[in-house]
Design a protein around this ligand. Structure first.
Ligand SMILES: [Zn+2]
Ligand SMILES: [Zn+2]
Length: 194
């Protein structure tokens, strides 16, 4: 399987993924409001979002993300207390990925953090579809829409396998005691809580 090199835009954070290909994870585009908010929070809309305001994400085991340099630049934001941990490089505001907490062997790595723009389709397969297409900026063609049920089933199936194999640790983002490597900043949203 290809090893994909990882880095933030300025190169202070460097790493790689192992054991990753189209079968080992889910590549999706997410148009949910919070993924859009994350790009806006980072002031990276042009770099992160596609024509639908979607974010190209590869969902994979968290322990397959290896960082070799620059761990101290990793930062975290949450849009609600219970929300996903959204990780980014504070040196240059490159988004890294989204995680579900220390017990879940899961990360959705955002395309900007993978150095594989030219080989992304052969590395990870084509995108399976567009999730949360209801929040897209322009209407999404029927054949690209992916239902939440379908995504949930795919993610759940993978999560169970990854959990059995203990792929939640070692983690770049969570210490073995469950604490985060960097304290999440919780942004309060006045309009919609939770
Ligand atoms: Zn950087
Ligand atoms: Zn999303």
């Amino acid at each position: 399987m290809p090893e994909i090199s990882l880095s933030c835009a300025c190169g202070k954070i460097i790493g790689f993924t192992k054991n990753v290909n189209a079968q080992s994870g889910n590549r999706i585009v997410c148009c949910c409001i919070d993924c859009q908010k994350f790009a806006i929070f980072l002031q990276q809309e042009n770099q992160v979002l596609d024509q639908y305001n979607g974010t190209d994400i590869f969902q994979m085991p968290i322990s397959y993300v290896k960082i070799t340099e620059g761990n101290e630049h990793i930062a975290c934001v949450k849009f609600s207390q219970k929300g996903l941990h959204r990780w980014y490089a504070k040196c240059c505001n490159t988004p890294i990925g989204n995680t579900l907490g220390h017990k879940a062997p899961f990360i959705g790595v955002i395309h900007n953090f993978m150095n594989n723009q030219a080989t992304r389709d052969s590395d990870l397969g084509a995108s399976l579809g567009i999730a949360h297409w209801q929040s897209a900026k322009i209407s999404v063609p029927e054949e690209h829409k992916m239902s939440l049920f379908k995504i949930s089933m795919r993610v759940l199936g993978k999560l169970i396998m990854w959990k059995i194999r203990g792929l939640e640790q070692p983690s770049v983002f969570f210490n073995p005691d469950g604490s985060t490597v960097s304290k999440p900043e919780v942004l309060k949203n006045k309009k919609r809580e939770g």
